[in-house]
Ligand binder design. Sequence first.
Ligand code: FCB
Length: 481
Amino acid sequence: MTTTDPTIVSHSSAPRVAFPPAFHWGTATAAYQIEGAADDGRTPSIWDVFSHTPGKVVNGDNGDIAVDHYHRFREDVRMMADLGLTSYRFSLSWSRIQPTGRGPAVERGLDFYRALVDALLEHGISPVATLYHWDLPQELEQAGGWPVRETAYRFAEYAAHAARALGDRVPVWTTLNEPWCSAFLGYGSGVHAPGRTDPADALKAAHHLNLGHGLAVGALRELLPASAQLAVSLNLHMVRPLTDSAEDLEAARRIEAVGNRIWTGPMFNGGYPADLKADTASFVDWDELVRPGDEAEIGRPIDLLGLNYYNPTIVSAPQKDSEAPEPARNDGHGNSPHSPWPGSEDVVFHLANEDVTAMNWSIDASGLSDSLIGMHHDFGLPLMVTENGAAFEDVVGPDGTVDDPERIRYLRLHLAAVADAIAAGVDVRGYYLWSLMDNFEWAYGYSKRFGIVHVDFETQRRTPKSSAHWYTEVIRRGGLD
Ligand code: FCB
């Protein structure tokens, strides 16, 4: 199915594929990773509590200050404009807007986002707002978190507050960012906030995230102008079996079910897949969990589908020999003994190749074109790449510049893969590079840098890396050389 030949891409000198003229050239960020100002009118989210719990985040890092975007957003927006970005995907902090997770909204929090969006619009940068990028108000976690149904209703109420305040100026909304991570890293392996490790809770969280998405879509449709476009950002795993043995194909089926179809089933195909329910029946009673009408609610039509892609997911059946491979870093276990794959705990994850980023994630852009082509075929919706990018060990040169050729190579390969998908007939509307600037990389704290802009975390000085200058040139030309 792959149409990508990276070697041709990197050596070609003529423009290969013109991206559509209206293509959005963006970057992406998330509230907790950049804002800081943790107590300026907002209450703790699950990430505040988690990152302040010893042993949860590398070096004990937290997002109290992060890259201080809350205070520096005007200069950050000017920097985006200087880079030539035409769009920007950011997330709203729920506990800044609705600190207790219920009841009225707080104007102070909304004002921050109004000012941010106005600054973007003044610079001709089209905003894409993500409602939930993992930072549940801690009060709602104390009331049970995503494993309880009530949280889905709270999410829709918060979505309505955001829509009322920003609906006149934000044209594209995504409800959830990577709900797989919220459910299965947050409540399964516990390597993300809130750090719980119960497979039944992880599956319940998945359903309530889905339900929250559907309810929020309903609320947004009522409040937003008819022109508003609604989306969700999924990290659909590009699952590939290690071999074509029946056992490895079965491993791939299982991971696709609990990694991907648990979202796309009810969102686009009418309900949860039977095989998923069978694989996980020992943990949850699906008939009890999913109430009549839930799947229809989750399946409310949306306008765009966002894909976050970093690397493919290579799986096999349990290895029979004693030389079992080291688990791949992208299997969601982190250092946790608990699995984020309920019902499929013994599936083995492999690196796609040894050409890896600083996250030990294999570089394989064919997974991006294959994903886009597959999604286009399966769901028929316009697509956006809502995240793609790479961490490397960046070095600040003696003259203060940061030369990051490995990141440029990664981005070039992946943009070429997007171009390949477009050439194959896929309607891709935009590309949001992760990330605008170095930031708090969740359980890795500040130890992993994904930005095209370097941030000195002591001084908060921003320095565009050579990848930023390269991206500016790509945007100026409207595509790759
Ligand atoms: C994604 C997250 C994003 C960032 C990248 C590297 O899973 O959505 O916040 O951490 O990974």
